[in-house]
Ligand binder design. Structure first.
Ligand code: GLC
Length: 754
């Protein structure tokens, strides 16, 4: 009996023993995390109990380097007296924005941290912010990656993660611990001068790529260095101003805000982004910096964001100066704090500190409200390891794997650049003829790196990386058996045209670049999306030379080329492809790289026809090149679309779908499969289709590869109302992938919203 009982009993408890062995480590880990978190909370509470009111408000203030450098610029030479005034007298807790060599960065930040930690009363280390939005773009030795609009055409989250990783490595090594990136705004307005900073027009692409960037950037942990916080920006509705011009009013209905603009931020918050920067502009008449609805109700309560909410540069002051949204800066400060601002990027003024102190003394702001923000700032400093790793070791080069990073930069450009048109002239395989190269970016480095490179508006040629290729040098290396004739284009005169025609007679193919000069933010406002006249005339001249012309577009947004496009034998969109951009373009021209980029935005046909692919059925979508368009040197065939069901009767049901893609070409390539879902009817009118999933895979010649996707009603078949509540409606849907369109129905008994 006993034995049997023991045997039986033993057998009964064995599953529980197994379960215990499995979950015990998880419980221990959770306990230790909880312990660590509460230990940090204890440290924060203890530190805050010692802080004066001014010391607390100082932690909510961010000052530009230009206020504390010897020459009042971003150059990395400290003005000790100005800096001590900022940190010792005003108790400022964070600084931003400089440019220089890696060594200058390390010395500069170590000097700042040393004074802050060893000379201030409480020795709180500093947050140091930068805009490393396309690699470590403010470091002379940085790896300047393709700007996001180009990179997003890769549709490759792993590639974006690799880019985030090398950006983080090259940033952390300098002692910088806060990166104002990624932009999570939607690139849906082709006029907007910051389009090239976005991941394109689609909410899912922006959210997926932005989340991949955030997760990778924030998890990089290098021994002896602090970690790096990312910053999703610019919350919310910044990228679709009515006029297309930067920081001008946007009128965005709540339903569109939720269905389009908020999606990437929601995904970024789910990815754990540590900070969010606010849109400088106004949405529906309210400056976002003073909108409690957006910054507290939506961002913190609805989306659950618990990180730092930071203003954009001088934006509390701009509530008065730009928007006339408050009678003076003190009132604007009150409105911003009440709305939910935690840190003011005050840049070159200490007024914020004074106003907050006065507002507290007058009882308009409670110290408890200030403590809410200060706790967030201190929590981030602990989380990044700043109290343990305050100073950077000066052997930066040990973490700086330059060649590996450059290979990633070329891969990023090569897999993002989009082949828009090819009549068969490309690739120029084993080409040994004569190439006539011309165009504004044909021998430029700065135009390939784009703005936000060493300088806000992009640095001059002499400051660009010495060993970087231009298109001219890259073509010479890519086509060793060819002659490259470079025709400098500046002004077009009759004589120039004659010279050009004479040269063209000697060549076999003309490669011409066209697009845009560099600009950042409002400096890129334009009244007309057409190429400027000089560039148009230049392209016409190449067309009139009666030789095949290959057009390379170097631009931050899709400038109109309709009318010229039909005479081009091939067209490549490179955007701002970065430090290895020329090498990647040359590789695509020669066939060394098989292009796999697809447009993450709509390329308009007409100047004022800005309709994204997710337009309404009553709108005409007549782009020059549609969202998702991109050619390859391989050919891919979609076969066997499978759906395990075409009827959904219960909310929890899902539909598994798959499609097989074969490479029917002769060379290996990568294909991005875009899964769209169309909701055929809706009380709130529905877009003709919405991207529901995307995936990119490598496929060898003759290989068949399966792409899978699961339709989840709550995630893929609902849409938000103007309050952000998910609406679920029965009805017909269409799944679209490649050449396939397949109908399925949702017919639920209970369609109450989620
Ligand atoms: C700029 C930009 C913002 C950037 C900030 C700090 O005005 O709007 O994207 O992060 O200032 O440089």
């Amino acid at each position: 009996m006993n034995n049997m009982f023991i045997n039986t009993g033993y057998k009964n408890i064995l599953p529980f023993v197994r379960l215990g062995v499995l979950i015990l480590p998880i419980l221990l880990l959770l306990y230790s995390c909880q312990e660590k978190r509460s230990e940090t909370d204890r440290k924060i509470d203890e530190l805050m109990s010692k802080m004066t009111l001014d010391e607390k408000i100082g932690q909510m203030t961010q000052i530009c380097f230009s206020t504390i450098t010897h020459d009042g610029t971003k150059s990395l030479k400290l003005h000790p007296d100005s800096f001590r005034s900022a940190v010792i007298n005003h108790h400022v807790g964070s600084f931003l924005s400089g440019t220089g060599s890696a060594r200058e960065w390390i010395v500069f930040i170590n000097e700042m941290q040393k004074i802050a930690v060893e000379e201030s009363r409480l020795g709180i280390p500093l947050l140091i912010g930068i805009d490393h939005i396309h690699g470590a773009n403010y470091v002379n030795e940085g790896t300047f990656l393709p700007h996001n609009l180009t990179l997003s055409c890769s549709f490759d989250t792993l590639l974006v993660s690799k880019c985030a990783e090398i950006t983080a490595i090259e940033t952390i090594g300098l002692g910088i611990n806060w990166n104002f990136s990624p932009v999570l705004d939607l690139g849906k307005n082709p006029y907007w001068p910051r389009l090239y900073e976005t991941y394109g027009e689609d909410p899912l692409v922006c959210g997926k790529l932005g989340s991949a960037y955030i997760k990778t950037m924030q998890k990089i942990n290098i021994k002896n260095y602090s970690r790096l916080a990312a910053c999703g920006k610019h919350f919310i509705g910044y990228s679709d101003p009515k006029s297309g011009w930067d920081r001008t009013p946007a009128e965005i209905p709540g339903q569109i805000l939720y269905e389009q603009h908020i999606v990437p931020f929601e995904m970024g918050i789910d990815a754990g982004v540590e900070s969010i920067m606010i849109n400088s502009g106004e949405v529906n008449g309210i400056p976002v910096h003073t909108s409690k609805q957006l910054l507290t109700h939506v961002l913190q309560k609805q989306l659950g964001f618990e990180g730092i909410i930071i203003t954009d540069i001088k934006d509390i002051m701009k509530v008065v100066e730009m928007h006339s949204g408050a009678k003076n800066e003190k009132e604007a400060t009150l409105m911003a704090i009440e709305a939910g601002v935690d840190v003011s990027m005050a840049c070159n003024s200490y007024d914020f500190i004074r106003y907050v102190r006065e507002l507290i003394k007058e009882g308009n702001i409670t110290e408890e409200r200030i403590d809410h923000s200060v706790k967030k700032v201190l929590k981030l400093k602990y989380k990044l390891g700043l109290f343990e790793q305050t100073y950077m070791k000066e052997h930066y080069d040990t973490v700086y794997r330059k060649q590996t990073h450059l290979q990633i930069a070329q891969k990023a450009a090569g897999e993002s650049i989009v082949l828009l048109k090819n009549t068969g002239i490309l690739p120029l395989k084993d080409f040994n003829g004569t190439i006539l190269l011309t165009g504004f970016a044909s021998n430029s480095k700065r135009l390939l790196n784009g703005s936000w490179t060493l300088e806000w508006q992009g640095a001059e040629e002499r400051r660009q990386p010495r060993d970087m290729y231009t298109l001219k040098t890259a073509l010479a290396e890519e086509f060793p058996g060819s002659q490259i004739i470079h025709f400098i284009n500046d002004t077009i005169t009759t004589d120039k045209k004659r010279q050009f025609r004479a040269m063209a007679r000697q060549c076999d193919v003309i490669v011409v670049t066209a697009g845009e000069e560099l600009y950042s933010e409002f400096k890129g406002n334009i009244p007309n999306l057409k190429l400027d006249k000089t560039q148009q005339d230049w392209l016409k001249m190449t067309i009139n030379a009666d030789k095949p012309v290959v057009l390379i577009l170097i631009e931050g947004r899709p400038r109109i080329i309709t009318g010229l496009e039909k005479d081009m034998k091939a067209i490549i969109f490179a955007g701002y492809p970065g430090v290895m951009g020329a090498n990647a373009i040359a590789g695509i021209l020669s066939g060394r790289i098989n292009p796999s980029g697809k447009l993450s935005f709509t390329y308009p046909r007409h100047v004022h026809h800005n309709v994204p692919y997710y337009h309404k059925i009553s709108e005409e979508y007549i782009p020059l090149y549609p969202f998702g368009h991109g050619l390859s040197y391989s050919t891919f065939k979609y076969n066997h679309l499978q759906m395990n069901d075409t009827l959904i009767k219960h909310k929890r049901e899902k539909i598994d779908v798959s499609v097989e893609v074969s490479n029917t070409g002769s060379i290996e390539g990568k294909e991005t499969v875009l899964w769209y879902i169309s909701d055929l009817t809706g009380r709130i009118t529905r877009p003709v289709k919405k991207l529901a999933h995307f995936e990119k895979k490598h496929i060898k010649p003759g290989e068949k590869v399966l792409f899978n996707f699961t339709i989840i009603p709550e995630q893929h078949l609902t849409y938000p109302n103007r309050h952000g509540n998910k609406i679920l409606e029965n009805g017909k849907f269409v799944l679209r992938v490649g050449p396939y369109e397949k109908c399925f129905v949702m017919d639920l008994e209970d369609t109450s919203t989620y």
